[in-house]
Write a protein that binds this ligand. Structure first.
Ligand SMILES: [Zn+2]
Length: 81
């Protein structure tokens, strides 16, 4: 019986742990610009030397960096992904 109680508590805890609606936007990720197919955001042409990379996406074997999640979404929509 005790094991069930623990499992129940764990389930409740798991339900509350995922990111809340108030969670901040994705942090910039550390990706060497040299690893990217382009040294700039393919959507808005923002250069990554001075601008952080918000997200990356692998497309047709190449790694693309994006200045924002919105740019990444635009990229995927244009390619019907
Ligand atoms: Zn962009």
């Amino acid at each position: 019986m005790r094991l069930l109680w623990v499992a129940f508590l764990f389930g409740v805890w798991q339900c509350k742990s995922p990111s809340s609606p108030m969670s901040p936007p994705a942090k910039p990720i550390e990706v060497p610009v040299a690893k990217l197919a382009l040294p700039y955001c393919p959507v808005c042409k923002m250069e990554f030397g001075t601008y952080p990379i918000a997200d990356t996406l692998r497309y047709e074997g190449k790694l693309y960096g994006f200045c924002s999640l919105a740019c990444r979404d635009t990229f995927t929509q244009r390619r019907g992904m």
